[in-house]
Write a protein that binds this ligand. Structure first.
Ligand SMILES: [Zn+2]
Length: 479
């Protein structure tokens, strides 16, 4: 089925048409590793994960790169002001910028695991790509698209007429914004830094281009260099959070396309920020949650994943703790349905005569259609729950139970928010007549007919089985 995705650049739904048929390249702007990842960051990272999983589900071979920004991202990135986030964290904590980077890279990887992210094929650190950034900067200087003042290198926006095409910002707006940052060095207030001279910066390198000074790279050039290194000059999809559109991605386009003279990215995609309790997440409001805050409250990574992906990535997601409880209940409903199917498939529960073929096909088709429509996860989940209802209503044949479980396995493969197939209750391979007696005993107990319940227990015991009561209900074990 055709996958249609909303391209931020053209503001339209577009068909995914990979540059190389059958293969899709994706680059995702990853975390800046100066603090613990919060749930807003992960909405965007999980969107990238679901995108990759669905594109793979549709038969494409995907190569996915997500970078780790460990240098050059300034505290006021929109106006190139403030200080490097890594250095600021270093001052706050007394640790070195390098140690900060390592600590939060490790924590990020741990969160990826907890949230069941399929790991990107490459997760490069910006500090390992200084030479590749230098090669691009050298070329832009040689072409006269970049210039050097006092050891700082700037990209000359005037030389790239398409600047502003992604964010839709017009010249006046760009100039007004840029003037906020007073920097007399720049020829045009809109110009942005590719390299910064700073001999006090903890992370510093000899200039990786001719005639430059010791310093560190600008944030934007990092992603161009890493994307090009792993995926080539042109890629199919580039994603990020909506705050990356400007200036980060606008600058990535300018410097990459000025360097290669080719279209850098076919489809740009951006995830919306999430709200917490209907307002922007902030530390001062007390509604700021890191991933580990949520896990410490007793929710699982799976439940958090469900709560963060359940709304389509371009829609506003209002995150609440109640939403996590709903996620828990929803996962539980899917697993109850799967358990019953597992029991029927494995012969632990008597099979019925209902054929689920039509329900399976309907669910698969609706799921695919929803996901192909700009990754509409909410609609896809609606299809899954209609299917859950159909399965619960039916007394499926063994074959149908098998087919239904395969459908659930596919939904899990794409969304990753239900968990592995549950193990059926340890009813084991108790003979069907004994399971029937167990059911009768349950009914007798419910009717408070204790004599009958005891008599049934004795009959089961005579057959060599004992009843084990568990919070999930009674099951049989061979003595
Ligand atoms: Zn980036």
């Amino acid at each position: 089925m055709t996958i249609r995705l909303r391209n931020t650049l053209t503001r339209q739904l577009e068909e995914l048409r990979p540059l190389v048929p059958g293969k899709v390249t994706m680059y995702h702007c990853g975390p800046t590793v100066y603090s613990s990842p919060h749930i807003g960051n992960f909405r965007s990272f999980l969107f990238a994960d679901v995108l990759r999983r669905f594109v793979e589900d549709q038969g494409y071979e995907v190569t996915q790169v997500m970078n780790i920004t460990d240098v050059g991202h300034l505290t006021m990135d929109d106006i190139e002001g403030g200080e490097d986030k890594m250095e600021a964290a270093s001052k706050r904590t007394g640790k070195t910028a390098w140690d900060i980077a390592q600590q939060y890279t490790d924590e990020f990887r741990d969160c990826q695991k907890q949230l069941r992210v399929r790991l990107p094929h490459h997760m490069p650190r910006a500090t390992d790509f200084i030479q590749q950034m230098g090669a691009i900067i050298a070329d832009l200087l040689a072409k006269g698209v970049a210039y050097q003042v006092n050891g700082n290198v700037y990209f000359s926006v005037e030389k790239f007429p398409d600047y502003g095409k992604l964010s839709g910002k017009v010249l006046d707006e760009l100039e007004a914004g840029a003037r906020v940052a007073v920097n007399d060095e720049k020829r045009d207030p809109r110009d942005f830094a590719l390299w910064k001279l700073d001999d006090k910066h903890q992370m510093q390198w000899d200039a990786p281009f001719p005639g430059g000074a010791r310093g560190f790279p600008g944030w934007h050039i990092e992603c161009s260099a890493m994307s090009m290194h792993y995926l080539g000059e042109q890629i199919d999809i580039h994603t990020g959070g909506e705050d990356n559109v400007f200036p980060h991605h606008e600058c990535e386009i300018a410097q990459t396309e000025a360097h290669t003279h080719k279209r850098f990215v076919s489809i740009w995609m951006h995830a919306r920020h999430l709200l917490v309790d209907n307002t922007k997440m902030s530390k001062s409001l007390g509604n700021f949650f890191t991933v580990s805050d949520i896990l410490q409250k007793g929710y699982s990574g799976l439940e958090l994943r469900y709560a963060l992906i359940r709304v389509q990535y371009r829609q506003t997601l209002n995150f609440t703790l109640q939403g996590l409880d709903e996620a828990r209940a929803a996962i539980g409903r899917v697993n109850e349905a799967r358990k019953k199917l597992v029991r029927v498939r494995d012969g632990a529960e008597r099979a019925g005569s209902d054929d689920l073929a039509v329900a399976v096909q309907t669910a698969q088709d609706a799921f695919t259609a929803a996901m192909s429509d700009d990754l509409n996860v909410s609609e896809a989940l609606a299809a899954v729950f209609e299917f859950v209802a159909a399965c619960n209503k039916a007394q499926p044949t063994q074959e149908s139970a098998k087919a239904a479980l395969l459908a659930f396995a596919r939904f899990e493969d794409v969304l990753g928010c239900f968990g592995d197939e549950p193990v059926a209750d340890a009813t084991g391979s108790a003979p069907a007549e004994l399971l029937e007696l167990l059911e009768q005993r349950k009914a007798a107990k419910a009717a408070k007919n204790w004599a009958e319940a005891d008599a049934l227990r004795d009959r089961i015991a005579q057959a060599g089985w004992k009843i084990v009561d568990t919070p999930q209900g009674a099951r049989l074990e061979q003595v």
